[in-house]
Write a protein of this length. Structure first.
Length: 550
């Protein structure tokens, strides 16, 4: 693969260094809000920041922007940390915006004293109505010229818990005529009577994200604050807030933006993901159908494949939607190299080989992984009675069907050629067994004329004598539309057939699989032993090819 040149973020950093910025002063951060699990949309930001840290030998902070206690929880903090570690990244410092609440409060007092902030006692609805539109100037609050001593007094009362939620807010005094709506006197503090996952009931007022973001970067001496493009209009406000607390000592952080990761058939709104959990559409944030990092892990996606996907997508300033098949291709490519091969039959149909001796058993050899010949081979038991996939037999074969049917031959993978002679049905007319004959001289690998005889199809199988029961979860895409979330009814876009549970027969080799072990089931796809399951259970990770191409 041709090595890619530096992306535009790296070019910015290289330019800063060439103009005299000390490489030792570089510091990056990944700043999630702990109000849900990390999802695939976060992957680009995670990989970008931590990969920059690795490239430049710079520290990377993990900072939780925990400024909204009504939606945040320790569960989300723990899940975020586990996901980043699972991806193979380590942070330099674990930081929390809540660690800076006292400093942020003191800086807010400075803003009031500088007449750069004021207490507004209007309702949130009135404030919103006065904001104007992108083509119409905003209207100044009647409290905009409030005496700063009064604003200081009320703000301290808010701090002490003397006012109810919604009574007052602290707003920055910037420009109600600015073409940038975010500069029209944004709210920077509000009263909230909620228990915080780290500070408990210590605080009665909480800072808004925009006020917290740049100041936290400055406190941590982050050199390059990297955000997705929706934060580009916030950059002007980011810089205004830093200017407002000047003079600054040390590194002044620089915000730069890149395009977010948008994926087809995938939703990355935490609000909508939370709705899926709350409505019981999925079994939690880590359900294998969810686009969360935890969900993808449970489905069998690997850290290597996710990081390969992020590298393939790259860093740009142009918004676009990436086809989910590219993600699946990266997963498939990695598992093809790493996953041992095994045989499983998801919809078993019994085959009796009538001319095979009773009680006869023999072993056939299989490559553990043909991509890694050094791993060698293993033996698989072959016997008189076996199972094949029900779809591999047709009583009345349709045109173009080349697998098993009456009077026709197929090869059993790495074993013999068999021919169907008779079918047995139950009282409902369903086929329960197919009687076949085998060609004794056709065993694979014996290098005889018969063993090299060509037939039109090769199918997988499992010996009935040693087959083990297993539950197989077959996952389809969670949404049936390419761009979910655009309609008024998200739940109507959910794919009702996103999970199918199969009772399968698998070879005994799979019974010893450990949680998280990956396998390629011959002809079926890639599967992973599920976590925390007492029974033998596997999740389908991805098929052997893209099954969604039209």
């Amino acid at each position: 693969m041709k090595k890619k040149g530096p992306n535009f973020i790296e070019q910015i950093i290289d330019g800063d260094i060439s103009r005299g910025f000390k490489k030792d002063d570089l510091r990056f951060r990944f700043p999630p809000e702990p109000n849900g699990y990390l999802h695939i949309g976060h992957l680009k930001a995670i990989c970008l920041n931590f990969n920059l840290g690795e490239k430049y030998g710079a520290p990377v902070n993990l900072r939780f922007d925990d400024t909204n206690p009504e939606k945040e929880a320790k569960e989300y903090v723990d899940a975020i940390k586990n996901d980043i570690l699972w991806l193979g990244y380590k942070w330099n410092k674990e930081c929390y915006a809540s660690d800076y609440f006292e400093q942020l409060y003191n800086w807010a007092l400075v803003l009031i004293e500088k007449d750069l902030a004021y207490i507004d006692s209007q309702s949130s609805k009135d404030i919103a109505n006065q904001k104007g539109t992108p083509t119409k100037e905003g209207k100044a609050s009647p409290y905009r010229d409030r005496d700063k001593e009064e604003s200081l007094k009320v703000f301290k009362e808010m701090y002490n818990g003397e006012h109810k939620q919604g009574d007052h807010v602290l707003r920055a005094k910037i420009n109600m005529s600015s073409p940038n709506m975010l500069m029209r006197d944004p709210v920077i503090y509000r009263v909230m009577d909620s228990n915080h996952h780290r500070t408990g009931d210590r605080w009665k007022i909480y800072p808004m994200y925009d006020w917290t973001h740049g100041e936290s970067d400055y406190i941590e001496q982050v050199s390059h604050s990297l955000c997705t493009l929706e934060f580009e209009p916030h950059r002007e406000l980011y810089d205004w807030f830093l200017d407002s607390i000047s003079p600054l000592e040390g590194i002044r952080p620089k915000q730069r933006e890149f395009s977010r990761l948008n994926l087809s058939y995938t939703i990355t709104s935490k609000r909508n993901l939370a709705k899926l959990v709350e409505e019981g559409v999925v079994d939690g944030w880590d359900d294998p159908r969810m686009p969360t990092i935890s969900g993808l892990r449970n489905r069998g996606y690997t850290p290597e494949s996710l990081k390969s996907f992020a590298l393939t997508v790259g860093i740009s300033k142009r918004e676009n939607v990436i086809d989910v098949s590219l993600l699946e291709f990266c997963v498939r490519t990695h598992l093809n190299e790493e996953a041992p091969r095994a045989m499983a039959v998801l919809d078993p149909l019994k085959i009796s080989i009538i001319n095979y001796k009773e009680n006869k058993e023999e072993n056939v050899n299989f490559d553990i992984n043909p991509q890694k010949p050094g791993q060698g081979k293993r033996e698989v038991l072959f016997s008189k009675n076996i199972y094949i996939e029900r779809e591999d037999f047709q009583e009345n074969p349709e045109e173009g069907f080349f697998r098993l049917s009456l009077g026709e031959e197929v090869r059993l993978k790495n074993a013999y050629i068999i021919k169907a002679k008779n079918i047995i049905k139950n009282e409902k007319g369903q086929i329960t067994e197919v009687e076949c004959e085998y060609d004794e001289k056709s065993k694979s690998g014996t290098n005889t004329e018969e063993s090299n005889r060509k037939v039109k199809a090769t199918i997988h199988w499992v010996s009935a004598e040693t087959a083990v029961e297993a539950t197989i979860n077959i996952y389809d895409r969670l949404f049936k539309v390419a761009e979910p979330g655009k309609s008024q009814d998200l739940l109507s876009e959910v794919n009702e057939n996103s999970l199918e549970i199969k009772s399968a027969k698998v070879e005994p080799y799979l019974a010893s699989a450990k949680d998280g072990d990956h396998f390629q089931f011959q002809r079926l796809g890639y599967f992973v032993r599920t976590n925390n399951k007492k029974t033998l259970e596997f999740n389908k990770t991805v098929g052997l090819r893209d099954g969604w191409k039209k």
